[in-house]
Design a protein around this ligand. Structure first.
Ligand SMILES: Nc1nc2c(ncn2[C@@H]2O[C@H](COP(=O)(O)OP(=O)(O)OP(=O)(O)O)[C@@H](O)[C@H]2O)c(=O)[nH]1
Ligand SMILES: [Mg+2]
Length: 228
């Protein structure tokens, strides 16, 4: 079974469509793990209501505690052997989940990334400043990983990759943390078309950039200490 971990904060306009598109894409067993941070727009309550139609578990947290920590809390609730992480704002195409799954199984990968920067991938409707900020962020982690889209929020992994690994729940870039600290041999990037959100507002604020700087410092120290 696949556990699909979906952090939500004020995404009530997006999750119904997201759940329906996931259901239409997946035939095999799956579960949706919603980690909601007391969204003022009642996303958590809506997810509960949708559990009569969809295989949903909802974790309600007390307040906005961050995306990375939401993903790690979601891992703790997952009962599948394969875990998929995605955003809830429909930026990541749910129709690609079966492609990630097939790639992971057939090519015996440990991690498969829905990649905006692999050949054939793209980003629709982003302002230039977003493109520039992301390119700079990727360049700043190049010595840590050769992956083309290490900041993607859409990926699938075998649970063994992160079991008993000390991941620090900080900021938005949990995939980067996993790529540097996780236990794996093979990573594959599958191109995706990333669409900017239509409904709701971005949760990226200046704190996210500060947390990213602290994360970088920590990951470079980790790499120097561990030499891999
Ligand atoms: N539970 C939880 N989810 C969060 C938090 N911050 C962001 N999210 C969710 O994480 C996903 C990514 O956040 P976004 O605001 O879409 O970030 P982004 O994709 O980098 O930026 P935009 O799409 O341009 O707004 C979305 O599904 C959010 O609802 C948080 O503190 N807690
Ligand atoms: Mg988004």
């Amino acid at each position: 079974m696949i556990s699909i971990i979906i952090p939500t904060y004020n995404e009530s306009k997006n999750i119904t469509g997201l759940f329906e598109r996931i259901r239409a894409s997946l035939i095999d067993g799956y579960e949706l793990i919603i980690v909601d941070d007391a969204s003022p727009d009642a996303t958590g309550m809506l997810a509960e209501k949708l559990s009569c139609e969809h295989p949903v578990k909802v974790l309600h947290r007390s307040g906005k505690l961050g995306l990375a920590s939401a993903v790690l809390e979601g891992f703790k609730l997952a009962s599948g052997d394969l875990w998929c992480v995605m955003d809830s704002d429909l930026s990541h195409p749910p129709e690609m989940i079966p492609v990630l799954l097939k790639t992971l199984k057939e090519q015996e990968a440990d991690i498969v990334i829905g990649s905006r920067f692999a050949k054939g991938g793209s980003i629709e409707n982003w302002p230039l400043k977003r493109h520039i900020a992301t390119k700079i962020a990727i360049l700043s982690v190049r010595p840590l990983t050769p992956v083309k889209d290490p900041m993607s929020g859409f990926f699938m992994l075998k649970k063994e990759v992160v079991e008993n690994v000390n991941l620090i729940p900080r900021g938005f870039k949990i995939l980067l943390e996993i790529l540097v600290k996780g236990r794996y041999e093979k990573v594959i990037e599958v191109p995706i078309v990333f669409k900017d959100r239509i409904h709701g507002e971005s949760k990226v604020d200046p704190k996210v950039y500060l947390e990213f700087s602290a994360q970088l410092w920590d990951l470079y120290c980790h790499k120097l200490k561990n030499g891999h």
